[in-house]
Design a protein around this ligand. Sequence first.
Ligand code: LLP
Length: 415
Amino acid sequence: MDWFRYENGELFCEAVPVRKIVSRYGSPVYVYSRSSLRDRYQQLERAFREVRPLICYSVKANSNLAVLDTLKGLGSGFDVVSAGEIYRVQRIGADPRKVVYASVGKREEDMEMALNWGILMFNVESSAELELLSRVASRLRKRARVAIRVNPDVDARTHDYITTAKKENKFGVDLYTAEQIFSNPKRYPWVEIVGIHVHIGSQIVDTSPYATALDKVEKFIKGLGPKARSLKYLNIGGGLGIRYKDEDPDSAEVFASRIIPYVKRLGLKMVMEPGRFIAGNSGIFVCRVIYVKRTPAKNFVVVDGAMNDLIRPSLYKAYHRIWPVVERTSETMTCDVVGPVCESGDFFAKDRQIPQVDSRDLLAVFSAGAYGFVMASNYNSRPRPAEVMVEGDRFSLVRRRETFKDLIRGERLFR
Ligand code: LLP
């Protein structure tokens, strides 16, 4: 089911006209569909039901408290990457025994926070980290459960910036080092190695790289022999792709049918960390046309949203579908959709054909629910947009628009 759809030429999120949301809360604004979040989570839950995985929603994709709270309500756990994300999931009352923590750069104080809270496990990315974690755990007299994040050296065939399991990437430990770790557990006395973690990248639309990675992981675990006795979990990470344009991503069922056999053969409890799959198409970004600027070379549709609000097109040349919130005409125009920020990289689309628009028209930028607001900044001293959540015919502000005061919060003069 598509939770964002046109009815008589007007865009709705669930049962709410998007225009109504903008007239209440202004533009630019992110709009999330709660039913879509639920639907996507449950698609995974259903597809993998045979192995009853622990689904740890990847907080980095969209960390708004209302989004986290919605997922917690469905029984989701959380994948966090920083003390700040731990703070967020604590604030919504998440169960620490459903929280996994990955990051190549965990500091002592981050480890302390996670240990004191009693998270399920750390996804450890180097032997240096393992040593430090063991020391911190010993100081706190709390055993640290860890999964070793292995880097199986596979190409997820996605954007270079979001591929993570090639040997030149900074993530995880190579299989040789991982073997060393399993062979010398006494070096890390306060650490209990309970899992293997593998995350190969993001926006992966076909399952074969997962199979390649899991083949290697399975061989590795089997090769460990009795040293693998302490293993309880296999964490396959996130990365399941979505449709932005015309991709035809493998469904949750197809993913499940490829992955479940490994989980069963290894006899481990499966953990997964989906972010984009749940949030990506559960949100849109809405902005208003300020001017239509026609030059001899191009038409520019200048909108009130910009790269600081949604950076994916600028950063990855990512494609996001853009369409008027209210369709007024079937005549089209070819244009660049750009923001007001003083950079040529500030665009949402280039040479895009859309229906003719004019000043004050609203445009929806689709598939903006993941890696949208979370990557927003205040560049050019632009207050960050509001976020609104919809469910059925109800909608509510889940983060107010920033004010000028927010822009200078914490700043001091030096005279
Ligand atoms: N687990 C780990 C260890 C990760 O590093 C990530 C994402 C995930 C799970 C969730 O991946 P997902 O299911 O959302 O693909 N900003 C980029 C995406 C960066 C992804 C970083 N890691 C973008 O806008 O495409």
